[in-house]
Write a protein that binds this ligand. Structure first.
Ligand code: SAM
Length: 283
């Protein structure tokens, strides 16, 4: 049966009204589901964690390619539906839980990939959690809003370049795999989507003395992205640096103090924040 029809039928039979607040936009296009599984490039000895399986359309495809699929769903109404729809697969484990809380490593018990059509309201906290908390995740393949995907892969000087670009590119090799129109979801979201792949790096792309300070410097530089870097940094309350220290650091690392933060690369921010950190300690 056609997948859109089958999805509507399952929702009707189970008397389920989709919850906008949980980002419930279900994929109803077989070729998009197949493309996601293809880019995830799964083998039979791999474990996949799926965040938000919904009624299991993607889960079923994942189960046909991976060794094991652990599907974490927050909406308890969907658990019996998932159990029913996936009863034929003995390599699927359905977990009722919040992806912002569960211990992925404990669930997987080894390395794993994460594949998901993410609930968009938690895209950033989920990705931050996966990348910053040192989980054993090797690669992440997720559907996100197209604009968010563009921000993740943006390069210096591009319109979408910002704090999210640094957060993602510091930890991963990020790529937009393909764009997805809103017509392939029930209900249709207002925005277009894209599937992005994030391959976690062995170690962060650049070496920084203090990660927290590094990201504070980046946030300060982008808070007023139209300003020259020397002004945004010396006026930022969260890093508390004098104009002299900012100017000295910029000069010593060879960055023009009139440049805007949006023109600087990850490497340049690493050099600058390390220099600022040292000067701050000395003063
Ligand atoms: N995978 C299905 C598909 O592609 O059709 C559904 C995707 S839908 C965009 C997002 C799913 O994530 C929903 O089933 C929703 O209930 C679930 N969800 C929302 N917040 C969650 C959370 N914090 N933890 C786990 N699942 C969550």
């Amino acid at each position: 049966m056609e997948i859109a029809k089958r999805t509507r039928e399952i929702l009707r039979e189970n008397d389920l009204r989709l919850k906008k607040g949980l980002g419930q936009n279900f994929l109803v296009d077989t070729s998009i589901l197949d493309q996601i599984v293809k880019v995830a490039d799964l083998t039979e000895d791999e474990t996949v964690i799926e965040i938000g399986p919904g009624i299991g359309a993607l889960t079923e495809k994942l189960a046909q390619s991976a060794g094991k699929v652990i599907a974490v769903e927050i909406d308890q109404r969907l658990i019996p539906v998932l159990e029913d729809n996936l009863a034929a697969y003995d390599n699927v484990e359905i977990v009722e839980g919040d992806a912002l809380e569960v211990d992925f490593d404990q669930l997987a018990g080894g390395d794993y990939k994460v594949v998901a059509n993410l609930p968009y309201y938690i895209t950033t906290p989920i990705l931050r959690r996966l990348l910053e908390e040192g989980f054993n995740v090797t690669e992440i393949f997720v559907m996100v809003q197209k604009e968010v995907a563009e921000r993740m892969v943006a390069q210096p000087g591009e319109k979408s370049y910002g704090v999210l670009s640094f957060g993602v590119q510091y930890y991963t090799q990020a790529e937009i795999e393909f764009k997805v129109p809103s017509s392939v979801f029930i209900p249709q979201p207002k925005v277009e989507s894209a599937v992005i792949s994030l391959k976690t790096l062995e170690k962060p792309r650049v070496e920084v003395i203090d990660e927290d300070f590094f990201f504070k410097v980046i946030r300060a530089s982008f808070q007023q992205r139209r300003k020259m870097i020397k002004n945004s940094l010396s006026k930022a309350a969260n890093i508390n640096l004098s104009r002299e220290v900012v100017e000295q650091a910029l000069e010593e690392v060879g960055i023009d103090s009139r440049v805007r933060g949006e023109k600087l690369s990850l490497e340049e921010f690493a050099g600058l924040s390390n220099k600022l950190y040292r000067l701050k300690k000395e003063n």
